[in-house]
Design a protein around this ligand. Structure first.
Ligand code: NDP
Length: 451
């Protein structure tokens, strides 16, 4: 680590205390930039590092709502508008009890480089609340979303800031949020993405992140003369990203054998039953444990039985692993287990799912390792396609969106791969993605002056 990066990290710890996830994300990006900063002095002259780690605006607000028993509940709401050098702020909303200012900042910071890598005109933001949608009635979800929007609407707009979904925010939540936005502003414009198809949504948006992760893996493997066909794959999570990663893996001829939720994991050696998974998670909004009621041959392992500090999904031998649940779900021990089991590709659907030590182990082993900010950028890319459709009041076919998504994922892979080569570390897509994303945003910031 160069002294200036060490000083920057020290400054972050002092000025933004208790934000461990944000420090982790910042250190990972800054650690990749040394050779670029040594080569291009203009970034230092314009103090870009200190400017880029500071969000342009942070909004923290109270979300008060009434539950079904008539009791008043209060949650914390957040929107961190991190960087608008490339376009309107763009990034999802997360509703999960673990959401804190540090989690939202880490996600918003990652979003800067991810959005830049798509090649689209997108700034970066992230938001959410420490609200747990699990176990809440539809009416409770609606009242919460309406209260959340009562503050958020002041800060967003189709060319200002365009939120989307993330953990705990799907089409249902986007619907309630959008309804309230429309009521408060009187505007029917594409201010949120992930909308329903009949009221401004884009075909292919639901599938985009999961499909995009698999397209990215296919690109990484192709460079090594391999394909996904016939590969045993492990997937964590059972949400929007995981379900459509499983679907695309089947279409590529691979065999996904695991999925998980926060209560436990399913191993199904015959391959995950996608139809049943969708029914349990999308229709019933149920728990994965139910999977074994219909598939007695599958194995359900509850989290209580996971080895200490480990995620059982990663103990299943596989050739390709797709962490698609949440941050830091794959530890260095998990990484060693995967590598010892012959894993040759790890492609991240979740944001920062591998700890720094796990990521270092993958890079040292020289396997195909697709870091989240490159591999899961398909979601935000398809959101931009939704914005483009809203702006022109047109709706494209699924095939049109999917084909654009496929091209975007290929371009992101090539950009990260070629940048890694340019800086003397071929195959290091972490370095390639960080430098390529940073360079694009930093150059735009320099062009636009000190603002
Ligand atoms: P969902 O809420 O649809 O699904 C999340 C899945 O991960 C659920 O199965 C959930 O289990 C599990 N999970 C969440 N938190 C934890 C935890 N702390 N421990 C164990 N399991 C957990 O979210 P998405 O699929 O949309 O998002 C998953 C990841 O992908 C996140 O990191 C998100 O930031 C990232 N991502 C999502 C994009 C999108 O377009 N949706 C775009 C880019 C990145 P349970 O139901 O039990 O909570």
């Amino acid at each position: 680590m160069t002294p200036s990066i060490a000083e920057t990290m020290e400054y972050l710890r002092r000025s933004s205390p208790a934000q461990a996830e944000f420090y982790q994300a910042a250190e990972e990006v800054l650690g990749s930039l040394k050779s670029l900063l040594d080569r291009e002095k203009r970034y230092e002259q314009h103090n870009i590092i200190h400017r880029i780690i500071e969000p342009e605006r942070q909004i923290f607000f109270r979300v008060a709502w009434v539950d079904d028993r008539g009791c008043v509940q209060v949650n914390k709401g957040y929107r961190v508008e991190f960087n608008s050098a490339l376009g309107p702020y763009k990034g999802g909303l997360r509703f999960h009890p673990n959401v804190t200012a540090g989690v939202v900042k880490f996600l918003g910071f990652e979003q800067i480089f991810k959005n830049a890598l798509t090649g689209l005109q997108l700034g970066a933001a992230k938001g959410g609340a420490n609200f747990d949608p699990k176990g809440k009635s539809d009416n409770e979800i609606m009242r919460f979303c309406q209260s959340f929007m009562n503050e958020l609407f002041r800060h967003i707009g189709a060319t200002i800031d365009v939120p989307a979904g993330d953990i705990g925010v799907s089409r249902r939540e986007i619907g309630y949020l959008y309804g309230q936005y429309k009521r408060l502003t009187g505007r029917h414009e594409g201010t949120l993405t992930g909308k329903g198809l009949s009221w401004g949504g884009s075909r292919g948006r639901t599938e985009a992140t999961g499909y995009g992760v698999v397209y990215f893996a296919e690109n990484m493997l192709a460079e090594r003369g391999e394909t996904l066909a016939g590969k045993i794959c492990t997937v964590s999570g059972a949400g929007k990203v995981s379900i459509y990663a499983v679907e695309k893996l089947y279409q590529m001829g691979a065999k996904p054998v695991t999925v998980s939720d926060s209560n436990g994991m399913i191993y199904d050696g015959r391959g995950i039953d996608l139809e049943l998974l969708k029914r349990i998670k999308e229709v019933e909004r149920g728990r994965l444990a139910r999977y074994v009621e219909e598939h007695r041959g599958a194995v359900y392992t509850p989290v209580e039985d996971y080895p200490l500090g480990r995620n059982s999904v990663w103990s299943v031998p596989c050739q390709c692993a797709f962490p698609c649940a949440t941050e830091n779900e794959l530890s260095d021990e998990d990484a060693r287990t995967l590598l010892n089991g012959g894993c040759l590709c790890v492609c991240e659907g979740a944001n920062m799912p591998s700890t720094q030590a796990a990521a270092d182990a993958f890079l040292a082993a020289g396997i195909a390792y697709g870091p989240a900010k490159a591999a899961n950028a398909g979601g935000v890319a398809a959101s931009q396609l939704e914005m483009a459709q809203n702006a022109s009041m047109l709706q494209w076919s699924f095939e049109e969106v999917d084909s654009r998504l496929k091209n975007i994922m290929q371009t992101i892979f090539r950009t990260a791969s070629e940048t890694a080569k340019e800086f003397g570390e071929p195959g290091n897509l972490v370095l390639g993605a960080n430098i390529a994303g940073f360079r694009k945003v930093a150059d735009a910031m320099i062009d636009q002056g000190v603002v």
